[in-house]
Write a new protein. Structure first.
Length: 56
């Protein structure tokens, strides 16, 4: 039998809100072709699926 660790996020780890300007800036970094969406997402500490959603 194995023991699993469960991490509970505290109040300071709540969902972040991004301004339209921030989203546009992050998306524009993906359109230059210098970095992949994954690299840009990691750089800004967001999930890559969120960046793809913003690109729509």
């Amino acid at each position: 039998m194995s023991i699993h660790q469960l991490e509970i996020l505290a109040g300071s780890m709540r969902r972040r809100k991004f301004t339209r300007t921030s989203k546009e800036s992050i998306v524009s970094e993906t359109l230059t072709g210098e970095m992949t969406v994954t690299e840009v997402a990691r750089r800004h500490d967001v999930d890559r699926s969120l960046v793809y959603r913003w690109r729509r």
